[in-house]
Design a protein around this ligand. Sequence first.
Ligand SMILES: [Zn+2]
Length: 148
Amino acid sequence: MSSVGSSLNSSNRQTNERGIPTRCNCGKAVDRFTSNTVKNPGRLFHCCPMGSEKDKTHLFKWTDISVVEEIEDFRDLFDVLLVDNSEFHKSMTASETILKRHTSRVEEMEEAIARCEEKSMECIRELRVIKAVFVCCFVMVFMYLTFA
Ligand SMILES: [Zn+2]
C-alpha cells in the first residue's frame, strides 16, 4: 500500500458498485491508498491507477464508505440467512412429525403381521389335531370292518 497525495474531488468519481471496488470502468484493477491531505489525513481510499486530479473519469472511493456498504450488505444477507434458517427449521419440524406418524404406522403394521402369524400357527396346530382325529377314526372303522 502506497501513500499518495490526494486532493481529489470524490463526488463525481464514485462508482455505482456497492462495497469495496475491485475494478475501474476503464478495466484497470483499483488499488488502495492513504490520503495525506490536510482535509482527510490518513484516510484510506480505493482509486484507479490511471486516475489523476485532471482526469476524473476513473474510479475513486473512500474505503470507510466501501466498508460501511460491505457491512450493510452483509447484515442484509445475514437477515435473509436467518429467515431462510427459520423456514428450514419449520420444514424440518414438519418432516419429523410426518416421519413419527409413519414410524407409528409401521409399528402398528408389524404388530398386525405378528398377530396374523400367531393365528396362522394356531390354525395349523388345529388342522394337525383334526387330521390325527380323522386318521384315528379311519383306523377304527377299518379295524371294525376287518375284524367284526
Ligand atoms: Zn480507471
